[in-house]
Design a protein around this ligand. Structure first.
Ligand code: PMV
Length: 323
């Protein structure tokens, strides 16, 4: 297999790139404060095709540089001084669902713009994708963008795996490491309720600054540290128990939602463990199915109003493809 960390080579426009989405197994929200997080890239993708045009547009929309903060931020931070671009994007990742649609779009734009400007290595691409996403959201961690750039399983600020890169913001630095894929099938379900990552992150950040906040953050830290270790060892029983514990913490910081709780309850007979994944307050749940009960799990989640996806970790991150 080719090295998933190969650089993005130089290319002339038109250029196309495809990126996986992502899901968070442990540690969302706490990662923004520097705690560990575990994520993996999922085999639902976004693809973009970028070429020059008379005016800059995204999917034929000339207002997009102003209306779409991710597109606007990418143009600002990675295409200053360049010619107008005609960009098309097609995605199988539901939007505002906690499944990495914005990280995938940002990584595709950063990769195509980087290719057009002489190529870019992956650690630089991870830093740039994070800056573009944070430029659009105002807050956040590099977990999502580093995962769609690296592919596979990724730990932020934890684990004994080989270091991939570090990503920095003026107030924080995050270490990004590889975690072995234990080879399991996972099931995700979108609740149908879109969320705002920025609003959820600001609310949780405020909660963690209240009395009891630091102790709560320590519990997030413990669960994610143990979770990274358990996934690395392929210990399903431990991972399942930790998914439930992480969900309790997410409830405690106020980012669960009745529709997510309904999906978690519906999944229970066919899932070893289930938690919300991403910023919460809507968005999606991640389930570790009881082996052999994947189809039953999908049926249960759909009956409870979810949009289920059976996913496998995508081993490779964003890459150029033939336009
Ligand atoms: O945008 P989402 O729903 O995938 O949430 C990202 C995870 C957070 O930890 C809540 C924010 C972040 O940037 O890490």
């Amino acid at each position: 297999m080719t090295d998933p960390l190969f650089p993005i080579p130089p290319r002339d426009l038109p250029i196309s790139a495809a990126s996986p989405g992502k899901c968070i197994v442990f540690g969302e929200h706490a990662v923004v404060q520097g705690a560990p997080e575990l994520l993996f890239a999922i085999d639902l993708t976004t693809q973009v095709v970028v070429t020059t045009g008379p005016a800059t547009r995204l999917n034929a929309d000339g207002e997009a540089p102003r209306k779409n903060p991710y597109f606007g931020s990418a143009l600002n931070l990675a295409w200053q001084g360049g010619p107008p671009l005609e960009v098309r994007s097609v995605s199988r990742i539901p939007k505002a669902a906690g499944l990495g649609s914005s990280a995938a779009l940002v990584a595709c734009l950063a990769a195509t713009f980087g290719a057009a400007r002489g190529g870019v290595d992956r650690s630089r691409l991870a830093q740039r994708s994070f800056e573009i996403e944070r430029g659009a959201q105002g807050v956040g961690s590099p977990g999502d963008t580093s995962t769609v750039v690296a592919g596979g399983f990724v730990a932020i600020n934890g684990g004994p795996g080989s270091p991939l890169w570090s990503v920095s913001a003026p107030d924080h630095e995050w270490q990004v490491r590889r975690v072995n894929d234990p080879g399991w099938v996972w099931v995700l379900a979108y609740s149908g309720i879109p969320h705002s990552t920025g609003d959820a992150v600001r609310a949780v950040t405020a909660r963690l600054r209240e009395p009891g906040g630091p102790a709560l953050l320590d519990r997030f830290r413990e669960v994610a540290t143990e979770g990274i270790d358990a996934v690395g060892r392929g210990d399903r029983g431990r991972v399942a128990a930790l998914l439930a514990r992480n969900q309790e913490l997410l409830r405690e910081v106020g980012v669960s939602h009745p529709r997510l709780e309904a999906l978690i309850a519906a999944a229970a007979p066919a899932a070893e463990g289930t938690k919300l994944t991403g910023a919460g307050v809507g968005g999606s749940v991640l389930c570790l199915p009881v082996p052999g009960k994947e189809t039953e799990l999908v049926r249960r989640l759909a009956r409870a109003g979810g949009l289920p996806f059976v996913v496998r970790p995508a081993p490779a991150g964003v890459a150029l493809v033939e336009p």
